[in-house]
Design a binder for this molecule. Sequence first.
Ligand code: GTP
Ligand code: MG
Length: 333
Amino acid sequence: MKFVDEVKIYTKAGHGGPGCVSFRREKYVPRGGPDGGEGGKGGDVIFRAAESHRTLLDLKYQQHYIAKNGGHGSGNNRSGKSSPDLEIIVPVGTVVKDFETGELLADLSVVGQTYIVCHGGIGGKGNAHFATSTHQTPRFAQEGMEGEERWLKLELKLLADVGIVGFPNSGKSTFISRVSAARPKIADYPFTTLTPHLGVVKHRDSKSFVLADIPGLISGAHEGHGMGIQFLKHVERTFLLLHILDISTEPDDNAWKNYQAINRELGFYNKELLAKPQIVALNKIDLPQVRDRIKKEVALFRKKGIILHPFSAVTGEGITEILNKIIETLNQG
Ligand SMILES: Nc1nc2c(ncn2[C@@H]2O[C@H](COP(=O)(O)OP(=O)(O)OP(=O)(O)O)[C@@H](O)[C@H]2O)c(=O)[nH]1
Ligand SMILES: [Mg+2]
């Protein structure tokens, strides 16, 4: 099943009910005064963030959300019924934007948070409202106000704690499938992962955290090369990044250059990504051509002030150290 993280929907609040034109009818009172009541208010359309929903999938299947109109006012000064609000439940982390303008309307990041996206129209006044000493028998009433309507774009940024970044084929999916129950496809060709995957990691007795595996990046991703950088929105809110490096394929593969190339793409997407703590790891140390170069690479990164964690996603060597480091860093934040 495809991971749904963007949907377009139409929302419309209810119109206010029309006011009523009516005159009192009583025995022995031949010409009673105006007694038309006002219309009821139309229902609002409201978003509510709840933990019960993990994806925007439900909204993909229903595109139109229309709240009911307010009831008509009636005689005897009776107001029309106000309509109930239409509530749309969305996962925590949903961002609501105006589809036409792209304007950010709401960022529903807290459980129970609500946002009124379309206000219902208020009801029209009945003719009783318009009676004055000089105009005692108004034969008109107001229409209700129109309810607001708009097309929206909803985006769900996965709420992962840790995002994995790296070139295609570096072993990101192998890592997540090793440490969590997530089972993204793994293969020896680039761009195996086409959609983000989430995995919950429970390491020893520390609190579990959520890891996000996203499609690989390449140089020029910000210009649309490879899978592009749109998937980086899934790691925008993570607390830290796990940067996986692979120097196994070419003899002149340069871990430092690769490291910088990926960071450049992160910066093109959003400078703030570069401010996140990064845990840098060198994968595939089970392969002799990589094993032979561990010392050199670790020393080179150390010179730049960066700890390089060698590991093998296949044999599991070095993974405990990486998880320890992730948890330590998460705890600091
Ligand atoms: N020898 C060895 N191979 C590995 C290791 N980790 C991953 N691989 C292999 O590398 C290839 C790519 O692994 P993936 O986990 O699919 O890589 P990815 O980074 O998710 O790739 P994309 O989804 O394309 O970005 C597969 O053939 C894996 O079996 C490792 O530690 N050692
Ligand atoms: Mg992958």
